[in-house]
Design a protein around this ligand. Sequence first.
Ligand SMILES: Cc1ncc(C[n+]2csc(CCOP(=O)(O)OP(=O)(O)O)c2C)c(N)n1
Ligand SMILES: [Mg+2]
Length: 388
Amino acid sequence: MGDETKTNIERQRPPGKDPRRRRPRPQRHEMRIFTKYAPRKPVEGKPLSCTTETTLKPDQMLELYRYLKLTRLVEERLVNLYRQTKVVGGVFRSLGQEATAVGTAYALQSQDFLSPLIRDLGAVLVRKIRPREIFAQYMAKEWGPSGGRDLNIHFGDMARGFIGPISHLGDMIPVMTGIALAGRMQNKNLVALAYIGDGGMSTGAFHEGLNFAAVQRLPLIVVAEYNFYAYSTPTSKQTAVKDLAEKAAGYGIPGHIVDGNDIIACYEVTKRAADYARRGGGAVLIEAKTYRRKGHAEHDDQRYIAEGEVEDWEKNNDPVDRYEKFLTDQKIATREKLDEIMADVQREIDEDVEWAESSPMPDGEKAAYGVFDNSIVPPAFRPKVLES
Ligand SMILES: Cc1ncc(C[n+]2csc(CCOP(=O)(O)OP(=O)(O)O)c2C)c(N)n1
Ligand SMILES: [Mg+2]
């Protein structure tokens, strides 16, 4: 090739050093997506169960079952209260995807932190929030954790290791990166876990937060819930990748794909990610494949969903059914034992709803306190128009 046909860039290049001629580098991301616990194709006619490759002890498995059932039944009761117009605001369900929040949260240690989103009630219950606190919060009662100032899971509890969500999707990623950084600076050996939806992953904040965590090798675990929808937008219209875990390559961090409806798989993958992050490996992206069986919230009639889709997941891939099958098949528990756990959960829920209903609504003036730091900003009161 004569020199005159070369581009300016090629002319500047020393001879024999054409990077396009180098051997292709191994595609790092191809080696770094772990699929050991990814969903498997069901064997024809055989109902799905859970993976048997686990380090969990039988009593831990039963505790997991309790949390799973608790999550589903607390949400069912919330819908009940919503229909009785006792809930202030919306009810956002995790029906069909409860195993993801419960299984992943269960893999953390007590010094770790997580940040839940609207589908992650199960994770807060694992962090030992009582159902009564959830009911009071949804009904905006004074005895609720935010004293009626905010709704659903918009509250945090530093002592129990979770940070209240900011509504703006993606923004919890830099916040949790900050938690991981603070933990490192204070020698606390903690791991921070942030949940994000397939939709939330398209935000700038997601990118900035995860990029910073990856560069600093901070112990951040991002659990991306692939549940097929963001409001009514299907994931195929949200992102061009097939698997959300592919995005890990852009940050130079490992990615996992896990069956989000297999509670044991969710636990195992998160346990491995947490060990890796704690050892100094840095950030990890876990994609949980699951399905949102309800609309975005109770007001959403899901008219954009193909006929039979929800029913198919309900019949063939329900996380509670799968786990019950696992527990009985593996002789971890009899059906009677599971019924006993469920009755106990029901009793707790009944008691706790009663407690929450007996709470007063917050006093208007008191509710204005504690929104900002009142040593700097005085509480804002509504002008008493009618009295003047
Ligand atoms: C930055 C931003 N844009 C839009 C919204 C409004 N919004 C709240 S939830 C939601 C859908 C989220 O979908 P996804 O991230 O997939 O989570 P999922 O609801 O499926 O769990 C949207 C668009 C928001 N809260 N923040
Ligand atoms: Mg989604």
